[in-house]
Design a protein around this ligand. Structure first.
Ligand SMILES: Cc1cc2nc3c(=O)[nH]c(=O)nc-3n(C[C@H](O)[C@H](O)[C@H](O)COP(=O)(O)OP(=O)(O)OC[C@H]3O[C@@H](n4cnc5c(N)ncnc54)[C@H](O)[C@@H]3O)c2cc1C
Length: 477
């Protein structure tokens, strides 16, 4: 590897939220200069309330801290191994929350603000970047989040040639394939259509009788819904998708003539009985471990979704990788627009980080900030950082953002949706544990636990190898 002097140009980071703050810390920790531009308090967003850096806009939870059994807990562990400021500040400001990592939000934000303020290589400028950054900023990270200010969002939209950047996400639930009961459900495409890139058996189908359909519609109508916030009311719907419960309100048969139509499909488990309605699930990731419920975008509260959707035959034991939802969000069509270094293909001096890239959640946003910080720091040294292995939580999330999602013709031109980290984004294990250490066979639920633990152990071992192969070399150079 050639060794070059660090570039005297600073890394300009726009937005000091979860992602931008972590990115600034990583660049400065690697010896790079940073100018961090944050528009608050000069200009506030609709959700932020303070001038603190890394303000948590809603819940104070970083979710599970169980690195052995939970994908977000694993992400915490990986970030700690990489010296994350966000994790350090969270650990120092923890409040009791069972197995979750919850924080005192003011203490957390104050700790991040102080660490960045005190760092000699970081300059913080309180200003809005109201358009594309000046051309002489050669190494830029845009981390302006789901509530990016309008002038910058408009400039990015024009640059990327996308028709829109802020949407109501119409998010449908995503299910782990191995939790679907295939003795009830079956693989088939409507009319066995092969289509471009299909096999004729691309969808998982769940059949319903008339009684089951009627009970399902009643449950949808009765289920508790989330309200829109005032400031969300002027944002357009993404692809004009209507929530499933709104379709049900329009008439009892609406769903049966829409996403649940029972035509062009034959149930191989009971070929002579025609289902009254059918729920379809479509492959959501290249690995084939996750399936999304087609047309099931919803504003039902999370508890109601789990209860109602588990009444669908075949989904009684469904494990959800993500539940549905509708909320305003600003995010790029990253698989199309960003390269594996999170640079905009159309203008590589601009890197993107945080929720704008299509991850979802505080921890995920901070983790992508961490990766972009490492990449930008490597750039200042004239290196290109190899991405973390896809078997790690960081690599799995990066894979989802920059290439793991599959586009299908019937979901429209932009089906990429933000996603939390989950084990469905990881490549399968080469051998799945079947026995306990004492040689007895694992039961079904024990197998699921053993699988997650084996994936976590693989992730941490692979991350350690990546750190010693790539980051120690970079730091030494
Ligand atoms: C209303 C709402 C509630 C949410 N609740 C949760 C939750 O409970 N739990 C969870 O895990 N996730 C939640 N999220 C999702 C997401 O994880 C958070 O929004 C997270 O803060 C995203 O991190 P980020 O760094 O990408 O953006 P942010 O943390 O929002 O940081 C972006 C920063 O950029 C600044 N900025 C914007 N435009 C400009 C500009 N032009 N120039 C300079 N600065 C600018 C903003 O002021 C802000 O400080 C929520 C999102 C929203 C919108």
């Amino acid at each position: 590897m050639s060794v070059t002097k660090p570039s005297p140009d600073p890394v300009h980071i726009i937005g000091a939220g979860l992602a931008g703050s972590e990115a600034a810390w990583q660049v400065a920790s690697a010896g790079g200069r940073v100018v961090l531009h944050e528009m608050r308090p000069q200009r506030m967003t609709e959700a932020h309330r303070t001038d603190g850096l890394a303000e948590l806009v809603c819940s104070n939870s970083f979710r599970s801290d169980d690195a052995a059994n939970n994908a977000v807990g694993l992400l915490h562990a990986e970030m700690r191994r990489l010296g994350s400021l966000i994790m350090r500040a969270a650990d120092a400001n923890q409040v009791p929350a069972g197995g979750a990592l919850a924080v005192d939000r003011e203490g957390f934000s104050a700790a991040v603000t102080k660490a960045l303020n005190d760092h000699p290589l970081i300059e913080i400028r309180r200003e809005e970047i109201a358009g594309l950054p000046p051309a002489d900023w050669r190494n830029v990270i845009v981390a302006t989040g789901p509530l990016t200010s309008a002038p910058l969002a408009d400039a990015i939209r024009e640059l990327t040639d996308e028709s829109a950047l802020a949407f109501f996400d119409a998010i449908a639930p995503i299910v782990h394939k191995d939790s679907i009961d295939m003795s009830v459900a079956w693989f088939q495409s409507r009319y066995d259509k092969v289509g471009p890139g299909g096999t004729g058996a691309d969808y998982i189908n769940c059949p319903m009788t008339k009684e089951q359909y009627d009970a399902f519609v009643d449950a949808l109508l009765a289920g508790e819904k989330v309200d829109f916030k005032d400031w969300e009311t002027n944002t357009p719907y993404f692809d004009g998708c209507l929530p499933v419960e709104v379709m049900a309100e329009r008439g009892r048969e609406t769903l049966r003539h829409g996403p649940m139509k029972p035509v062009g499909l034959t149930n191989p488990h009971d070929p002579t009985t025609k289902p009254y309605a059918i729920v379809q699930l479509r492959q959501d990731n290249k690995l084939g471990t996750l399936y999304n419920m087609v047309g099931f975008q919803t504003k039902l509260k999370h508890g109601a979704q789990q209860r109602v959707f588990r009444t669908i035959p075949g989904l009684e034991q469904a494990e959800f990788a993500r539940l549905g939802g509708l909320h305003r969000n600003t995010f790029l069509n990253s698989p199309k627009l960003l390269d594996s270094q999170l640079r905009l293909r159309a203008e590589p001096r601009l890197r993107f980080a945080g929720q704008m890239t299509g991850c979802e959640g505080y921890v995920e946003s901070a983790s992508i900030g961490l990766l972009t910080g490492l990449c930008a720091a490597a750039d200042t040294r004239g290196h290109s950082l190899a991405p973390p292995p896809p078997t790690t939580a960081l690599g799995a999330l990066l894979g989802h953002i920059t290439g793991g999602h599959i586009e299908t013709i019937d979901t429209g031109p932009r089906s990429f949706q933000p996603m939390n980290i989950n084990f469905g984004l990881f490549p399968p294990l080469s051998s799945v544990p079947t026995k306990k250490p004492d040689g007895t066979r694992l039961r079904r639920n024990e197998k699921t636990v053993a699988k997650k633990q084996a994936m976590s152990a693989r992730a941490l071992a692979d991350l350690d190898r990546w750190i010693s192969d790539h980051l120690h070399v970079a730091a030494a150079a």
